[in-house]
Design a protein around this ligand. Structure first.
Ligand code: GLA
Length: 385
């Protein structure tokens, strides 16, 4: 059996594809895939959730995708990626189960990609070092048509229990920070589906292009045409200087996108430092960074949703130190930081004021939970199950 966790990104949103560090942690909730090697290259996936029809395909270097939105495309993406790396793979019969809310910004799709890859690798007695697997699968997941970064695959594979992880890109590097014992992160789903492979895909991809374009124009203005990265710009000039140049160079949407990217990068650095110190005032500081990130995602990056804004507002009113949307947005979930002793109060307030009026207070545990930082994905052999 493979277990692959979901993830909650604490801060650093929509900047992984700009090559800038992000700061997520893995969740105790995730995907369980029970599998059996097959003698041939066929792969069969059955989902315990009847909304997802069984999927069958042949593991090969080129696998034809089903129409966009088909859950099986995440399994196909993984199978094609590993088949391009290792020839003549046998397939698996697999049963997929999850306790993650689906399309809730918690990366159930990348968890499925990672679980599928690990199952197929294990069934063929081959392994790959974690960093290589992360690179392979983050490129491989583009199969579904989203021009995503590597955050999700990196945290799902490389997480450490009890820690948040700073992920640097180019080169890929994972640096853990222990989450202080009295800091709790709550996850609350807005009840609005955010389909990575569905309608939001275009809005997501459009933003990756806008970031590239904004970078190109600012780098040119600074005479740094050769510099391909946001990290290079941030190393060469302060955020204030970059924003001055951006104001003189960009306008409208591109200026707003650029401002989000460079200010969010600063917030990641400050948030990691605050968590590492973990003192009283640092929780407040981390909370303020979450609030600022949300405002930036809402106003400059334009990926929030009225229901996410409402949840964030209610969490803060109830005593959270800060809150923001997490994941790609357009729906999905929020993450809120609370001091442990206030968690029950904040959760009760969200139940009463958000979930009850929407008629789902009965199964609130599905939508609202404490994020417990978990380890990365792995295969448990049959004796351990
Ligand atoms: C999705 C992508 C990630 C990242 C986030 C936004 O989850 O898969 O790579 O870009 O959106 O931070």
């Amino acid at each position: 059996m493979v277990r692959a966790p979901g993830r909650v990104n604490l801060i650093g949103e929509h900047i992984d594809y700009c090559g800038l560090p992000v700061f997520p942690m893995a969740l105790q909730r995730g995907i369980r895939m029970t599998f059996q090697p097959r003698p041939d290259p066929e792969a069969r996936f059955i989902n315990r959730d009847p909304r997802f029809a069984p999927v069958t395909f042949t593991v090969a270097e080129s696998i034809r995708p089903a129409p966009a939105g088909d859950w099986g495309n995440y399994a196909r993406a993984a199978a094609q990626a590993v088949a391009q790396r290792f020839p003549n793979l046998r397939g698996v019969n697999a049963l997929v189960e999850t306790d993650l809310p689906i399309a809730a910004g918690l990366s159930s799709s990348s968890a499925l990609v990672v679980a599928t890859a690990l199952a197929i690798l294990h069934a063929n007695s081959v392994t790959l070092p974690a960093l290589e697997l992360i690179e392979l699968l983050s490129r491989g997941e583009r199969y579904v048509g989203t021009a995503g970064g590597a955050m999700d695959q990196a945290i799902i594979i490389g997480a450490e229990a009890g820690c948040a992880i700073r992920i640097d890109f180019h080169p890929l590097r994972l640096t853990p920070t222990v989450v202080p014992a009295d800091w709790l992160f709550l996850v609350a789903w807005s009840l609005v589906h955010a389909e990575k492979s569905g309608a939001d895909r275009q809005a997501y991809n459009e933003r990756t292009k806008q970031c590239e374009e904004a970078h190109r124009l600012v780098a040119a203005r600074l005479g740094r045409q050769e510099d391909p990265s946001y990290a290079g710009l941030l190393a060469a000039a302060s955020v204030e200087e970059l924003l001055d140049v951006a104001r003189a160079t960009l306008s409208g949407v591109l200026l707003r996108r650029f401002r989000h990217v460079v200010t969010e990068a600063t917030r990641v650095r400050l948030a990691e430092m605050a968590m590492a110190r973990g003192e009283e005032g640092d929780l407040t500081a981390f909370g303020q960074l979450l609030d600022a990130s949300h405002a930036s995602l809402r106003d400059d990056y334009e990926v929030s949703h009225a229901e996410l804004d409402r949840l964030v507002e209610l969490a803060r009113e109830a005593g959270a130190a800060g809150a923001r949307l997490t994941g790609a947005g357009f729906g999905g979930s929020i993450v809120a930081l609370v001091r442990a002793e206030r968690a029950a109060e904040v959760m009760a307030a969200l139940r009463e004021r958000f979930y009850a009026p929407r008629g789902v207070a009965g199964d609130v545990g599905q939508h609202l939970f404490v994020a417990e930082s978990a380890a990365g994905a792995g295969v448990l052999d049959s004796e351990a199950v």
